[in-house]
Design a protein around this ligand. Structure first.
Ligand SMILES: Nc1ncnc2c1ncn2[C@@H]1O[C@H](COP(=O)(O)OP(=O)(O)O)[C@@H](O)[C@H]1O
Ligand SMILES: N[C@@H](CCC(=O)OP(=O)(O)O)C(=O)O
Length: 369
């Protein structure tokens, strides 16, 4: 007897993410047949009463052919141009394809700010919520045309996990060009399929390789997405989408961890940002932050590395060189050396009351250790 994954079968709202390789051809054009086949599956589940939020990659990959490019460009400006062309083509195809079932799609292009800033977050939540309430299928992607190397999600696996939080979905399905997670690169002999991941321990021996020809992030970002999604996740290929959505035992099933659900803001900070610099801490500060969840005060800082401005995300590093947390810093890198090792009281007295503030407030700090 086939055991059905009840959490997937019963889900009332599912985020489905498809990678570039499942939607486009090696020539850098849209693969209309495979898109139609995937839409058939999504529309069927939709007809059964489940709300679908579709996260579609492929903007850059679909723009390559029209721009006469043989491969993904390295420079940002050409990636942006390819995404601009490809995104329009993708959405035109989805519009036509879902229309076969009388369904309307709505394009949603997100930037990291939409997850991070409270007002933007609420706004994105309201917009997607309203699309769903109106019976429309939201088609989500990163806004690649205005993304920069510094400010971007970069991969849609983690974006899909954040969208699962944003929409309070019940499950996440990641569709790739590989049918499951393997113990190592599946093209190498000896790699074994993994049916279920219950905890980080199940991944201890797994080698997570890079992406295929057009994808971004490879398995690393998929496993990371499963870790942060907070709901059951199925990873499989697009050919098994129907079975995956029916809850049949295909691909790899990631059980939701028992870690408490992080706020979207902290999820973004931990998983969608890159530290713009490093703040070095003494042992007391590491203990205060990691064990007691306190703010970082100037007294516990022993050094700074890199150039950053107030408001930037920075990594907090212990004496052993390990990154223990990430946070939004309240000072420019150049200001910190004169504050280091000083008590806030001393700073307020000597430099003025505005120096009484923390280096990083605990509300803007996420522990990674
Ligand atoms: N341990 C692993 N298990 C499965 N696939 C892996 C593993 N390590 C690396 N990969 C590669 O990851 C690729 C999928 O990632 P990616 O190219 O980013 O896909 P997508 O475009 O669907 O996001 C697969 O084609 C596979 O070759
Ligand atoms: N936002 C990018 C896709 C980034 C990405 O994660 O790609 P993939 O690994 O194919 O899911 C695009 O639409 O081209």
């Amino acid at each position: 007897m086939v055991t059905i994954r009840k959490a997937i079968g019963d889900a009332r709202r599912i985020v489905v993410k498809a990678g570039s390789s499942s939607l486009t051809t090696p020539q850098g054009t849209i693969d209309a047949d495979r898109i139609d086949a995937l839409v058939d599956v999504l529309a069927a589940r939709r007809a059964a009463g489940t709300e679908i939020v579709f996260v579609s990659s492929g903007a850059i990959a679909a723009g390559l052919g029209p721009l006469g490019l043989a491969r993904r460009p390295r420079d940002l400006a050409t990636q942006q141009a390819a995404a601009s062309v490809g995104q329009g083509l993708l959405v035109a195809r989805y519009t036509a394809s879902f229309a076969r079932y009388g369904l309307t799609v709505g394009q949603v292009l997100l930037t990291p700010d939409d997850m991070m800033r409270r007002s933007h977050h609420r706004n994105a939540q309201r917009a997607v919520g309203q699309l769903l309430a109106l019976g429309i299928v939201p088609v989500v992607n990163e806004n690649d045309t205005v993304a920069t190397d510094e400010i971007r999600f970069g991969d849609n696996d983690r974006l899909a996990a954040l969208v699962a939080h944003l929409t309070r979905a019940d499950a996440l399905v990641l569709l790739s060009d590989v049918d499951a997670l393997y113990t190592g690169d599946p093209s190498r002999p000896g790699a074994r399929r993994i049916d279920e991941v219950r905890s980080a321990a199940d991944l201890a021996e797994v080698e997570l390789g890079g992406s295929g020809r057009v994808g971004t992030g490879g398995m690393v970002t998929k496993v990371e997405a499963a870790r942060i999604a907070g709901v059951p996740v199925v990873l499989t290929d697009a050919a098994r989408a129907s079975a995956a959505l029916a809850g049949e035992p295909v691909g790899t099933y990631f059980h939701p961890g028992d870690a408490p659900r992080m706020s979207s803001r902290n999820l973004w900070l931990a998983h969608a940002t890159t530290g713009q610099g490093r703040v070095l801490l003494d042992a007391g500060a590491v203990e205060a932050i990691v064990q007691r969840r306190k703010s970082l005060l100037p007294a516990g800082v022993t050094g700074v590395q890199g150039e950053f401005a107030a408001g930037d995300p920075v990594d907090l590093v212990g004496a052993d060189g390990r990154v223990v947390a990430r946070g939004l810093v309240n000072y420019d890198a150049t200001e910190i050396p004169e504050l280091m090792g000083r008590s806030t009281r001393w700073l307020a007295r000597e430099l003025g009351p505005e120096y009484e503030r923390e280096v990083i407030h605990r509300d803007h700090l996420v522990v990674l250790a």
